[in-house]
Design a binder for this molecule. Structure first.
Ligand SMILES: Nc1ncnc2c1ncn2[C@@H]1O[C@H](COP(=O)(O)OP(=O)(O)OP(=O)(O)O)[C@@H](O)[C@H]1O
Ligand SMILES: Nc1ccn([C@@H]2O[C@H](COP(=O)(O)O)[C@@H](O)[C@H]2O)c(=O)n1
Length: 536
């Protein structure tokens, strides 16, 4: 996999790319360092940049190597066998590198080396033209920007020996800041005007502005994109395998519930190995989920995630029904809610086999509760996807598993969660996802969208239903721990079908669905706000 990160000087590319590469176990490639090394060679040879043929020759002859440091640390840069790590970071190199990098033959030589380095490995490559020129087919493309003032501020603190990412970091020398800002602005101008590879985002790049983001937030956002790309790749690979070898579908069957597969004391991996080797013993009767039936008690959490909700054991179904009935009655009185378009959706779902992936804006924990009981009241099941972190609390874990929740590890390509959702949809259960990932209480509090919902729908060959909620912010205002009574309004849009998006190709359809569904969510929210002025 190739992760291409481009952006102007000081936007945080190296910091973020190094951390991401360490986290994912990918190789880190700093292409700016390569242009800097060539610049050093040109300056040492005292060749004027205007003599492009001589400059090009030096670039072609330059042997540039990276000696990896500890994970997350900058690698050592070697030029013609000598360590030039520090020598390429001087102000003199800063002032000359863009001119050297704009010589087309220099770029040709560097691009060839960069492609050779990236061959057949997982890599995070950062520079100015990674997504546009060097790796146009990169699976993840990010254009990282930040205000010029913020970038100069960061670079100045770095030069003064500090760390701009630390809270309270301050610039000490204002004159140095001014000169760094001037240098950054002039480098931006030269990089943008570079005729061979102008600095601009690739058409399919995700734009991230790091001005007000901590490096870790940027890394998390890109890691989400990586996870999504990995899930896409795996889905395509599994589809291809299924198409070429029909029996592969059998191998893809959900993991057996621990209650029926592992000998007492066997570790999870032992149990899996035994199953893979066909050593599972007598065949247990299978439920509709393709699983052995659950027992009345002592099921594992995985049993709850992997089985259809109608297959939950009787005690669990009784508890769910009693709780759902009580919550339904309570919610109607305490948060008198209306669900515009909900009945139409329910009627449609009752007529078809596949569930839908419902996406919604997220303001409080009240909206999944109401949505689950609204579906329950109509005899249908909707399973909320929740972040794995909630499972740290034993009570929450127990409750979430019994109401059909499916945990997702948001920092990774959680294929297990994707497949659980896919299978639930095929059983006719719907899935409820909050793509903002976290509760957002105002329009400015935008969060990166987790696009996995479109992949889940695509894999299950179903649709995505956009929906919105308002009124919930006043149910749990900032700082309140006990929900307050307040009217809540939901609005459901028409299900969006992949075939009607007007684009071809799996990847393009996924991206179009992610964008369209979220646009629709925010449009529905805006309509609700117009219908109920003053409500949030
Ligand atoms: N999000 C951030 N918030 C605050 N400081 C940051 C952030 N990201 C990076 N920094 C700091 O800004 C400085 C510049 O970051 P970095 O070297 O990663 O930028 P870059 O885009 O790779 O720049 P260049 O293209 O010039 O190599 C470093 O000191 C780094 O610690
Ligand atoms: N892919 C790239 C990377 C860098 N450059 C040029 O090198 C300069 C130094 O890069 P840093 O990332 O180390 O700051 C940069 O200003 C560009 O002129 C490039 O052209 N293409």
């Amino acid at each position: 996999m190739i992760v291409a990160i481009d952006g102007p000087a000081g936007s945080g590319k190296s910091t973020v790319a190094r951390a991401l590469a360490a986290r994912e176990g990918f190789v880190y490639l700093d292409t700016g360092a390569m242009y800097r090394a060539v610049t050093l060679k040109v300056l040492k040879a005292q060749v004027p940049v205007t003599e492009t043929a001589r400059v090009a020759k030096l670039a072609q002859e330059a042997v540039i190597e990276f000696v990896p440091g500890a994970p997350g640390e900058a690698p050592q840069v070697m030029l013609d066998g000598k360590d030039v790590t520090a020598a390429i970071r001087t102000a003199q190199i800063d002032q000359n590198v863009s001119a050297v990098a704009s010589v087309p033959a220099v770029r040709q030589a560097m691009v060839a080396q960069q492609r050779a380095i990236a061959k057949n490995i997982d890599i995070v490559a950062e520079g100015r033209d990674m997504g546009t020129v060097v790796f146009p087919d990169a699976q993840v493309k990010v254009f990282l920007s930040a205000d010029a003032a913020a970038r100069a501020w960061r670079r100045t603190i770095e030069r003064e020996g500090g760390n701009a990412a630390q809270p309270g970091a301050q610039v000490k020398d204002q004159a140095l800041y001014e000169s760094v800002l001037e240098d950054i602005q002039s480098r931006d101008a030269q990089d943008e005007a570079n005729a061979a590879s102008p600095l601009h985002p690739a058409a399919d790049a995700t734009l991230l502005d790091s001005t007000r983001m901590a490096p870790q937030q940027v890394v998390d956002a890109i890691a989400n994109l990586v996870a999504l790309a990995q899930a896409r790749q795996a889905a395509i690979a599994s589809d291809n395998a299924a198409a070429s070898q029909p029996s592969a579908a059998e191998k893809d069957a959900p993991s057996q519930p621990a209650s029926t597969q592992a000998a007492p004391g066997a570790s999870g991996s032992d149990a899996t190995k035994a199953k893979d080797a066909g050593a599972t013993g007598a065949k247990a009767p299978k439920t509709k989920s393709g699983q052995a039936p659950m027992r009345p008690f002592h099921n594992t959490f995985d049993d709850y995630y992997d089985h259809g909700m109608r297959e939950f054991p009787l005690p669990a179904r009784c508890v769910f029904n009693v709780a759902a009935g009580l919550i339904y009655g309570f919610s109607r009185l305490y948060w008198p809610w209306d669900y515009e378009g909900g009945q139409q959706l329910i009627d449609e779902l009752k007529e078809r086999e596949l569930g839908t992936v419902m996406v919604m804006n997220h303001v409080s924990m009240v909206e999944p509760v109401i949505t689950v009981v609204m579906f329950w009241r109509q005899g249908l099941r909707i399973r909320p996807v929740f972040k794995q972190e909630f499972n740290k609390n034993d009570l929450m874990r127990w409750v979430f598993s019994r109401v059909g929740g499916i945990p997702v590890d948001r920092g990774t390509a959680d294929l297990k969660a994707v497949r659980r959702c896919q299978r639930a949809l095929k059983r006719g259960e719907s899935i409820l996802i909050y793509p903002e990932g976290t509760r957002i209480r105002d329009d400015d509090g935008k969060a990166p969208i987790h696009g996995g919902f479109a992949l889940i729908a695509q894999m299950a060959k179903t649709d995505v239903t956009p929906s919105a909620v308002i009124g919930v912010r006043d149910v749990t205002p900032e700082g309140a721990h006990i929900p307050r009574p307040h009217r809540v309004h939901f609005k459901v849009g028409a299900p969006l079908k992949f075939g009607a998006l007007g684009v071809k190709g799996r990847k393009a359809q996924l991206e179009a669905m992610e964008a369209k569904a979220m646009d629709k969510v925010f449009e529905l929210r805006a309509q609700l706000r117009r219908d109920y002025p003053g409500e949030w």
